[in-house]
Write a protein that binds this ligand. Structure first.
Ligand code: FAD
Length: 435
């Protein structure tokens, strides 16, 4: 089977690796100079800059397995820590590493610091109610509606909101309760280490994209970088691709393909299928997107209770939900990354407006006085970071036409846009393409 994979993000790479393992003749076309899509590094060096701070979870079974397949030492590449939603003052929630999950979650809620007895009681009652209903709810229910009767305002803002925005990249007022509950079921209340945070110790390119490209080339697949596919057509059951020439060569996509896997963002997939499959293309083109802003700064050193901290975010003067201090720190200074998820409303103030508010928020959170310097190093806004995971959102199916499939984090599935969704979709498309 000759298979073309369009796009070398984590979904496309997953599809390409699994199809190659199954014995298919695979060619990957990637428009950018570096593989990895939204989870890529700028270059192949050890000090490369990433497209944005990413964290993985212990429950990302497909992703971790794929990383191992292409030769990545997962234990070395990722720092594993039990889930904690901790604040700079040490208050918050820390999931114990052992014990049955429901009990562990209940223990964590009961021993959470900075919450009163009523908060804890309401949080335990809320999770028992979720469990009782099998983590199910109507598909058009929002997370706000799910929380209507419980829990307390403090549990909502300091526990549920950071989890919801981090997982779904969508504000609670619009976020799908069905998807949120699926994430809770399979992480917080899933297998023993499913909720563990896996924090990258290396640039994203080294976690999967670069080793996967090397693995593909060693195992007989062809990978073209800087090669944008511009059109798709089918003649006598065989797929023909047109592509834009790279800087060094003309574009020859080679003989026709038996199957094509479209692993691009939704807007590109919609464009490539407009005349071939108008209804599917319209569904892909209709998905709304939500930005994420990543801010890097240096600040006076402070003791952190955990390498990833939750910040109190609001719509007025506090955009960032999480702060990260990872890896070795230079002497006398903290190198920090702030993440603003569901950043649509904030970007109306421009990159500079978001960054200024985030720096001021950081100063307040860590009690940094006017005489101490906080230097802004960079601001990256990814305007289409993920699809907006709203209540009742309709996501396009994997199957487009016979021999043409989509694989990406936005394809129909139970989870929000994550690396694991992308890899799972890529593997599913490769399996289906083999038939
Ligand atoms: C700032 C940020 C932070 C995030 N944080 C997390 C996190 O902490 N945890 C997590 O799990 N997920 C996170 N995500 C989401 C995660 O990055 C995505 O879910 C995942 O990378 C999507 O992979 P994909 O392969 O589906 O799509 P993409 O990564 O978008 O890959 C698509 C590829 O197709 C290529 N392409 C497009 N058009 C063409 C064409 N015509 N021809 C050839 N190639 C083409 C693109 O260049 C791209 O490389 C984050 C995303 C962002 C932006």
């Amino acid at each position: 089977m000759r298979i073309a994979v369009v796009g070398a993000g984590w979904a496309g790479l997953a599809a390409a690796v699994r199809a190659t393992q199954a014995g298919d003749d695979v060619t990957v076309f990637e428009a950018a100079a570096m593989p990895g899509g939204r989870a890529r590094s700028d270059d192949a060096g050890d000090g490369a800059t990433d497209n944005g701070q990413h964290i993985l979870l212990g429950g990302y079974a497909r992703t971790l397995d794929l990383m191992r397949t292409v030769g990545v030492d997962v234990e070395d590449a990722l720092l594993r820590v039990p889930l904690r939603v901790m604040h700079a003052d040490g208050s918050g929630f820390a999931l114990p590493a052992s014990g049955p999950r429901l009990l562990a979650a209940a223990r964590a809620l009961v021993s959470a610091r900075g919450f009163g007895a009523l908060d804890k009681l309401s949080a335990v009652a809320m999770t028992l109610a979720w469990q009782w209903r099998g983590f199910r709810c109507p598909p058009d229910m929002t997370v706000d509606q799910l929380l209507r009767r419980a829990p307390t305002a403090r549990v909502r803002s300091r526990l549920i909101e950071p989890l919801c925005v981090a997982a779904l990249n969508t504000p609670m007022a619009q976020a799908s309760a069905e998807v949120f509950l699926a994430v809770m079921r399979d992480s917080l209340f899933g297998a023993r280490d499913a909720a563990d945070l896996l924090l990258p110790r290396r640039p994203l390119g080294h976690l999967l994209p670069l080793p996967a490209v090397a693995w593909l080339r060693t195992n007989g697949a062809t990978v073209h970088l800087r090669r944008r596919v511009t059109a798709l057509a089918i003649h006598d059951g065989a797929w023909q691709l047109a592509c834009a020439p790279g800087p060094d060569d003309a574009c020859d996509p080679g003989p026709p393909f038996d199957r094509v896997i479209l692993a691009t963002p939704a807007t590109d997939a919609a464009r490539l299928t407009r005349t071939l499959a108008p209804a599917w293309s319209a569904a892909a083109g209709a998905l709304a997107h939500e930005p994420i802003v990543t801010i890097a700064l240096t600040a006076p050193p402070r003791a952190w209770p955990a390498p990833m901290l939750a910040l109190d975010a609001n719509d007025i003067d506090a955009p960032a939900q999480f702060a990260f201090k990872l890896g070795e720190q230079p002497p006398g200074v903290d190198r920090v990354t702030l993440v603003v998820s569901a950043a649509g409303r904030w970007l109306e103030r421009g990159n500079e407006g978001v960054a200024t508010a985030a720096v001021a928020q950081y100063r307040r959170s860590f009690d940094i006085g006017p005489g101490e310097a906080v230097e802004l190093a960079s601001v990256r806004a990814d305007k289409r970071a993920t699809f907006r995971c709203t209540a009742g959102v309709v996501r396009p199916a994997m199957d487009i036409l016979p021999g043409l499939r989509a694989a990406a984090d936005w394809v129909a599935g139970p989870y929000p846009a994550t690396l694991e969704s992308a890899v799972t979709a890529g593997e599913a498309a490769a399996r289906a393409s083999g038939r």
